[in-house]
Design a protein around this ligand. Structure first.
Ligand code: MTE
Length: 300
């Protein structure tokens, strides 16, 4: 048993070192972005709901990444060649095992392919095949202390990489910050993604590592993360800062709670002709117990 585990770990490490070696020079970043890694990550795709996957051309172009631009095609253009060489993620705060992770380190976790729905607060949706690992694996390794109640995530702050961070009047207050309650972060559905569609993440989709929380509006799924902190108080998020009456901390997909300026009862499925009804928790009813007894209109 031990030997099998060791072999599996060894293989995963070796596979990642191959990727790591490729990633170590800036000039191969573009090549890497188009490098199919299915041969390396040949685990089967988990698609228990048998969802109809959105065409990759939509998922990689119809993007929201305000650090580049609020204009979707412009964001894609500006994200081209995004250099994530030497990326590090600091895991710190109220935990026994704080650690600064390299991307190689993350490949010691169980990497999986998981197909999830993604519902944006702007009332559109997609279905994306992600590659990543459960955030709970990282949290278990960090061992949060009993007073850690929330997890705070922060995107890289680098004016040389993100044009809007360098603007005279930036659209948002940077760095982009998001948060989850610790039990939400520990939920088995919560993913740290390093790739999608059998490739490493592109700049516009949040290279090299992003959060994916499929039962929440897309803005919770923070991109290009550099810091993950365990904290005692609910972190103030970027979108709450921007407009607290429109964007709450929880942001659970809910057709019964309208955005102040539009209904959330249905969604435009990108690449499809017809709209579809939006489902509570985006169809992930298994998370309902996390919110038992909570007034979802108040905690939107
Ligand atoms: N993360 C950062 N750092 N900056 C952003 O502008 N946009 C959010 C989220 N993560 C955003 C971000 C929003 S509004 C959505 S809908 C999703 O990313 C979009 O992810 P996608 O572009 O990969 O579809």
């Amino acid at each position: 048993m031990q030997e099998i585990t060791d072999k599996r770990l060894y293989k995963r490490r070796r596979d990642f070192l191959k990727l790591g070696a490729l990633a170590s020079t800036a000039c191969v970043q573009n090549l890497l972005a188009s490098q199919p890694i299915s041969q390396i990550l040949n685990s089967p795709i988990k698609n228990p709901q048998n969802l109809d996957i959105t065409d990759k051309s939509h998922a990689t172009t119809y993007v929201n990444f305000y650090e580049f631009s609020t204009n979707k095609p412009e964001a894609v253009k500006l994200a081209k060649g995004f250099d994530a060489t030497g990326w590090k993620v600091e895991v710190s705060g109220l935990c026994e095992n704080p650690k600064t992770y390299t991307m190689e380190d993350f490949f010691n976790f169980e990497i999986e392919k998981r197909v999830y729905r993604m519902r944006c607060v702007e009332a559109w949706s997609m279905v994306i095949p992600w590659i990543g690992f459960g955030l709970n694996e990282l949290i278990n390794a960090a061992k949060p202390t009993p007073n850690a109640k929330f997890v705070k995530f922060t995107t890289l702050l680098d004016k040389s990489k993100f044009p809007d961070q360098n603007a005279t009047f930036p659209v948002l207050k940077y760095p982009y910050v998001e948060g989850l309650r610790l039990d939400e972060a520990m939920h088995p559905l919560t993913l740290l993604a390093v790739g999608m569609y059998d490739e490493l993440l592109s700049g516009q989709n949040g290279a090299p590592i992003r959060l994916v929380v499929p039962w929440k509006y897309g803005f919770k799924s923070i991109k290009s993360i550099t810091k993950i902190e365990f904290v005692s108080d609910m972190p103030r998020t970027t979108w709450q800062e921007y407009n607290p009456s429109e964007y709450g901390f929880y942001a659970n997909v809910n057709p019964n709670v309208s955005h102040p300026r539009w209904s959330q009862s249905s969604e435009r499925v990108i690449g499809k002709l017809f709209k579809q009804e939006t489902e509570l928790y985006n169809g992930y009813s298994e998370v309902a117990s996390l919110y038992e007894g909570m007034d979802l209109k108040k905690w939107f």
